[in-house]
Design a protein. Structure first.
Length: 270
């Protein structure tokens, strides 16, 4: 009997260890998927960029104690930083003789939260420059390096028209930045004259083309809307959300101050 009990105990421990290992592996795999590895062809150009892009630093706004208590009463998650800011700036004092007092205050229709379903990176989202060198008459290799010929503005945006578009963009940007750990912005500018020292060799009797691209993240998910009411009953305060709707949405969000390079040699003009 002792041998049977020992075997059962050993099997139980083995199953627990196996499940723990599987769960840990899944979490690690998910983490790797969320934070894409940057290819060697992608380079940061923030120091070389002749156009100083403003730093995209959206704060993860922390709700105040009052705001947190109100948000916890809502049946629908509230993550919109602009709505949280308004609630943070509000003051509701307790009244000693508030028995029987009732009030319902309409705060408006809001984009309440964004839920991400897919985050993918296109390292060649938009071509921004081409450097060309003809070595068809040469007897030895010649070199070409990246130099931005003209200033280029790369803009992202939502893939469809939705209400409260700016609020939705802000929530999607915050989500994508957190998931990818990449410097993202809905617009990035590459100034004329921006260059990198890395060289690419063009063999004799060949044409060389060095293409530069702006990378971008494609964020997809669901945004939830609702009418927000602040309800006061005596000294009790709560948030009630009515007429809740959801809508699928996507967005392209460029990487700021980064470029992806592709080098091609050819016998004939491309």
């Amino acid at each position: 009997m002792k041998g049977v009990e020992s075997m059962k105990r050993w099997l139980l421990i083995s199953v627990v260890l196996l499940l723990s290992f599987s769960f840990s592996s899944a979490v690690l795999a998910e983490g790797k998927q969320q934070k894409p590895k940057m290819p060697g062809s992608v380079m940061e150009i923030s120091k070389e960029n002749t156009y100083p892009n403003p730093t995209q630093d959206l704060p993860y706004l922390q709700p105040s104690e009052l705001t947190r208590s109100l948000i916890e009463t809502s049946e629908v998650p509230i993550e919109n930083p602009d709505l949280i800011k308004i609630l943070n700036e509000s003051t509701i004092a307790d009244a000693p003789l508030a028995f029987g007092y009732r009030a319902t205050i309409f705060l408006g229709e809001w984009a309440l939260n964004y839920e991400s379903t897919e985050t993918a990176t296109n390292w060649e989202y938009q071509k921004i420059n081409t450097n060309y060198q003809d070595n068809r008459g040469g007897k030895g290799p010649v070199q070409v390096h990246y130099r931005q010929e003209a200033q280029k503005s790369v803009k992202g945006g939502l893939t469809a028209k939705v209400p409260e578009a700016e609020h939705v963009k802000k929530m999607m940007l915050l989500t994508a930045m957190k998931k990818t750990n990449l410097p993202l912005a809905f617009e990035t500018i590459i100034g004329a004259g921006t260059k990198k020292d890395q060289v690419y060799n063009i063999p004799p009797k060949k044409l060389g083309y060095l293409y530069a691209y702006a990378p971008a993240v494609n964020e997809k998910g669901k945004v939830t809307y609702g009418e927000v009411y602040l309800v006061l009953k005596g000294n009790k305060k709560s948030i009630v959300v009515k007429n809740v709707t959801s809508q699928g949405i996507g967005a392209w969000i460029p990487l700021q101050d980064h470029a992806s390079f592709g080098f091609v040699t050819s016998d004939r003009p491309r």
